[in-house]
Design a protein around this ligand. Sequence first.
Ligand SMILES: [Fe+2]
Ligand SMILES: [Fe+2]
Length: 188
Amino acid sequence: MVNKELILSAEGKCDNHRVDHSIRTMYFGRRVFELELANAPEEIRRNPDFFVQALDWAAVLHDREMSVTEKYDFDHGKKAANRVDEIIGEVASLEVKEMVKFLCVFHVPDDSEITGLSETQAWILKVFKDADSLDRVRFDNGDKLDESYLRFGSSRGLIEEAKELWERTKTMTEPEAVFDAIFENRVE
Ligand SMILES: [Fe+2]
Ligand SMILES: [Fe+2]
């Protein structure tokens, strides 16, 4: 079940990374996760709810500390991770919060710069990065979606859906409004 604290913590400062981006990333995190779960490492297949919870929180928190002044704020993932304990509090377990911090920190560096991850970490990070990347359909510049960078085949199948969601929610600014528009109470 998605709790209200989670939805309301979606609050971005930077124009391209506002609430609507967070909630769409949350949606695509869940979509890619479901589509790829059968091929996930056993640790994830055994406890999917744990990983969906971490993906949800990471989606709403990962970009909220992005600087509005710097050209590209390479530290925004670390800054988000540093606020995880304070924002989530007791709403999620210590283990979930650790996974959320991991996703926040590692969503920033390029795949080629990331080494030494466990199989589970590598898989869940790929899901999160594809979810975040799918919302690049909102850009029409050098940041726009390049589908060859998507990590899972099923992510490529979600591109049209990503465009449709972007059109439908791009002007929304209230977390609950975006959430309702995307999930239509379908989230368990
Ligand atoms: Fe980011
Ligand atoms: Fe993002």
